[in-house]
Write a protein that binds this ligand. Structure first.
Ligand code: BG6
Length: 504
């Protein structure tokens, strides 16, 4: 195991929910697993006036995200001693006091002037933080190293993402910037690379000659909950599609990299993203995209709020909670292969999966048979991989039924699967940016999403379809998917077959 250098993690926006919910639990797990270097501390920084003790209570000792009763007392106490807090006046005001505290802690705990700055703040202050860090000499790498982890959203549009890249690059080099996308930290997303490039059985088929279409579904059963204020300014395209789903698309579509390292893998991903056909024509956008919003419903006697009734949401909101897009990738591998990608809240179940639909046999010998070949890569839950293929039903004649060949991650006993934030933080600690998005990748994804977003937002007459909570989005989405094929509406288990619906 590669050992990380001694270092300090400085979290901006440390009094916010992400720190308590994801970051501290992830680092605690790394600590328990023995992944932290000998000298490692965390300094929370934000505008709330907290002491070290308050911070320790908030994010660990009294945090509802921990069940400390299960942990050894000694372990808790040595982890507690790694946590510190420094209030700041504002993200755009002078960082001299913060720099002094960092310097003092660095001396006391010998973190060798190696710093990771985690931006868990509203994006509008990213630039100010980078600039302030540079002005107190914390962005340079003369003695130790300095890295910046940037949370999503990375821009609200192509233009704002390009500006943000330019602004950050004034103070940090690209090699110091780690744009986090927690989907890349999911074991099953990484397994896409291994499935494709460590098996000789899939790659020869992975192209226009054998694949009929690709389907990617990301569904959540929950609504926007308490995040209405944020979500209403964002919507499904910005919140999920531009980042998580475009990252998955790039891993499905990319060419084999020369080597399994950050530069080569990201070069191929960006090439794939750049090959996606951009839709600029309003008619093409309307034909190939669908937006929807969940409306109030009752499920088994329980009243479910409609999106416009959620807290923080404009009662006349035109923000999409459902987005489905059909698109093409203009290169040799993918010519004429449609990609159908959808994401939504308030679906029947929580699931993310990729379905590779193979073409039918050139000549159908067994009429009336159902032997569609599919490869299903289940990202969550019930993580695994399944192949569907035709087998003969015993008895006279040749009746064909579909059978499943499957693998489940849960079968791998003795292996602890790291949570996404745990894996990504460890990579950043070790200086490995493979699972972080590079600036050009983010911009390439925005280039595709931006015209759709603009068209949807600037044209009030673009249809916004309502769908009841607990169904697979608006019915019209079935028209998006061509010919006789239909969406695979998956269930909570990988082997569940299409048609699962909470209401039926
Ligand atoms: C976040 C989005 O990035 O991902 C949320 O902002 C969404 O709206 C979440 O709920 C989904 O993540 P996961 O890992 O639960 O699929």
């Amino acid at each position: 195991m590669k050992q990380a250098d001694n270092q300090m993690l400085i979290i901006f926006g440390a009094s916010g929910d992400l720190t308590a919910r994801k970051l501290i639990p992830a680092i605690f797990d790394l600590f328990k697993g023995g992944f932290l270097p000998d000298n490692y501390i965390i300094l929370g920084a934000s505008r709330s006036k907290l002491s070290d003790e308050d911070f320790r209570n908030r994010v660990l000792l009294e945090s509802s995200y921990f069940d400390l009763g299960k942990e050894e007392k000694e372990l808790i106490s040595s982890f507690t001693n790694k946590l510190f807090y420094e209030p700041i006046k504002g993200y755009e005001s002078d960082f001299t006091d913060l720099a002094k505290r960092i310097g003092q802690l660095d001396k006391d705990y010998q973190t060798d002037q190696n710093y990771i700055f985690y931006l868990s703040t509203p994006p509008r202050v990213y630039k100010g933080i980078a600039e302030n860090l540079a002005s107190v000499g914390l962005s340079g790498e003369t003695t130790g190293w300095s890295r910046l982890i940037v949370e999503k959203p990375f821009g609200y549009s192509l233009e704002t993402a390009q500006n943000l890249n330019k602004e950050l690059l004034q103070y940090f080099n690209e090699s110091q910037i780690y744009r986090i996308d927690h989907y890349l930290g999911k074991e099953t997303v990484q397994n896409l690379l291994v499935t494709r490039f460590s098996n000789s059985i899939f790659e020869p088929l992975w192209n226009r000659n054998y694949i009929q279409h690709i389907e990617i579904t990301n569904a959540e059963d929950i609504g926007v909950g308490s995040r209405g204020g944020y979500y209403d300014k964002s919507g499904a395209l910005r919140d999920m599609f531009q980042n998580h789903l475009m990252q998955i698309v790039s891993l499905v579509a990319m060419e084999p990299p020369l080597e399994a390292n950050a530069a080569e893998i990201r070069n191929e991903k960006v090439k794939a993203l750049r090959s996606i056909r951009i839709m600029n024509d309003p008619e093409v956008i309307e034909k190939n995209t669908i937006r929807g919003q969940y409306v109030a419903t009752e499920i088994a006697g329980e009243k479910i709020k409609g999106y416009r009734d959620e807290e923080g949401v404009d009662p006349e909101s035109l923000t999409e909670t459902y987005a489905a897009i059909k698109f093409y990738i203009d290169n040799w591998r993918w010519k004429d292969v449609p990609f159908y990608v959808r994401t939504a809240k308030r679906m029947p179940t929580k699931v993310t999966e990729i379905v590779v639909h193979f073409k039918p046999t050139p000549h159908n010998l067994f009429s009336g048979s159902n032997s569609d070949n599919k490869l299903i890569i289940r990202i969550q839950p019930n993580e695994g991989v399944m192949i569907k293929f035709g087998v003969k039903v015993p008895g006279q004649g040749f009746k064909v039924e579909q059978a499943n060949l499957d693998f489940y991650y849960s079968q791998l006993t003795g292996t602890k699967v790291m949570q996404a934030y745990e894996r990504l933080l460890l990579d950043a600690m070790q200086g490995d940016a493979t699972l972080y998005a590079r600036g050009d990748e983010v911009e390439a994804a925005w280039k595709f999403v931006d015209p759709i977003l603009k068209h949807w937002h600037q044209n009030k007459d673009v249809r916004m379809y309502g769908y009841g909570a607990g169904v697979w989005g608006p019915e019209v989405a079935n028209e998006l998917i061509d010919g006789e094929i239909s969406w695979r509406n998956p269930g909570p288990n990988l082997s569940d077959d299409p048609g699962y619906c909470l209401l039926c």
